[in-house]
Ligand binder design. Structure first.
Ligand code: ADP
Length: 398
């Protein structure tokens, strides 16, 4: 069975074709700058790489080009589209409308559009554009929606409820849902494998630190708490998102800035976070370069990010009544020793001790242990593989 995994953003579309018998990636790539001049597809297959510089005004054109690349004489890995058994689409928010991986029907698309777009305005509409493009180009291929929220469905009520009127929670579904679930699921599973333990024996804090960041408490293989909430705006400050903020401060700020409700939420999603604090960039590479050149606000943004992440690691150790392992993953978690060191510094009382040299080591795509030999808590860097989780869930559904 071959599953095509699609992760569509507003101007990007990443894909992987995975053989489920071997779980090997047969082909992968990504379209960049969809709808923007200078669009291109970087595709890999057959051990070769090819760049297609082609105008991609829409996601439909992008997916057509991806299918072309999958058939390409040079890097192609399939002869006919029939070889693709299903497509798994990454979706961010489900609300209470989709509790698990769901087969796509017109009704499902309607619910997705009408009910979930407002929950993740940066992601769900973009992913749905990718989904609809695939449905147009591959009308006979089954499609599945794999939600970032599913892994968090095991959270207990005391963890996912906000302190609001319970009747309002029941009526409107306002609660914590959590996001990045496929990533937290994958890296916590890989950590158990690496440690040679059964997931049921482990208390793990997984730190998915990327442009969007979330931290989860995984006790006995199940998520018991996570930092993102009703939407991905909650938790630590992120690339452009504020993270947690007093709701009354939001109203105050909106009044001062003359912003409507939706304008202030857009502001909190797109203009805040480390980009807002530094005034320089949402990209941690730029912040590190800025801090090295003496920019105090870049340094502050980095310090805030590490400090807030550390506080969640500590609070989740308390929530689980112990801590065996911390996992770092995603763009920042996998590539930024400075942040990993900043998060772990001061957690010695919990039994966390970093191996400085191991922490400075390069990301080579493998699982890396960066804690000292005598550290009670293992600290691991694990490259995430959300695509594999999406493919597994899609295959299971079929
Ligand atoms: P998302 O998938 O949420 O868009 P990523 O997981 O790709 O985000 O993470 C993006 C962040 O990771 C950026 O802030 C970027 O600076 C950082 N990052 C990615 N690659 C590297 C790298 N090689 N070195 C340092 N930071 C990196």
């Amino acid at each position: 069975m071959k599953i095509l995994v699609v992760n569509a953003g507003s101007s990007s579309l990443k894909y992987q074709l995975i053989d489920m018998e071997t779980e090997k990636v047969l082909a992968k790539g990504g379209c960049e700058r969809i709808g923007i001049p200078g669009s291109l597809l970087k595709a890999k297959g057959n051990g070769k790489e090819k760049v297609y510089e082609q105008d991609m005004p829409t996601h439909k054109v992008a997916i057509e080009l991806v299918l072309h690349a999958l058939h390409d004489g040079e890097i192609g890995v399939i002869k006919s589209m029939d070889e693709i058994d299903a497509v798994g689409h990454r979706m961010v928010a489900s609300g209470e409308y989709f509790k698990k991986t769901t087969l796509v029907t017109p009704e499902v698309v309607k619910t997705l559009e009408e009910k979930t777009f407002e929950l993740a305005p940066l992601h769900n509409p973009a992913a749905a554009t990718g989904l609809k493009a695939c449905m147009e180009v591959m009308p006979n291929t089954p499609m599945a929606l794999v939600f970032d929220t599913s892994f968090h469905a095991t959270m207990p009520e005391k963890a996912y409820l906000y302190g609001i009127d319970y009747e309002d929670y029941k009526k409107y579904g306002v609660r914590k849902y959590g996001f990045h679930g496929t990533s937290h699921k994958f890296v916590s599973g890989e950590a158990a494998k690496y440690l040679g333990k059964n997931p049921s024996e482990l208390k793990i804090v997984t730190c998915h630190l990327g442009n969007g960041s979330s931290i989860s408490a995984v006790d006995g293989g199940k998520c018991v708490d996570t930092t993102m909430g009703f939407t991905p705006l909650a938790g630590v400050l992120m690339g452009t998102r504020s993270g947690d903020i007093d709701a009354s401060a939001v109203e105050f700020l909106a009044k001062k800035k003359g912003m409507s409700h939706s304008e202030i939420i857009t502001y909190l999603n797109k203009k805040c976070g480390v980009a807002g604090i530094s005034g320089v960039s949402s990209d941690f590479r730029d912040l590190i370069a800025g801090a090295e050149q003496g920019n105090a606000r870049c340094r502050l943004a980095l310090d805030m990010f590490a400090y807030q992440t550390k506080k969640f690691v500590g609070s989740y150790a308390a929530a689980m009544g112990g801590l065996d392992c911390i996992v770092f993953t995603a763009g920042i978690g996998e590539n930024t020793p400075l942040i990993r060191a900043g998060v772990c510094e001061g957690l010695e009382f919990l039994g966390v001790k970093l191996d400085k040299k191991a922490n400075e080591g390069k990301n080579d795509g493998s699982v890396r242990e960066i804690s000292a030999k005598d550290s009670k808590v293992k600290v691991l860097v694990i490259p995430t593989n959300e695509e594999l989780v999406i493919a597994r869930e899609t295959a299971e559904l079929l």
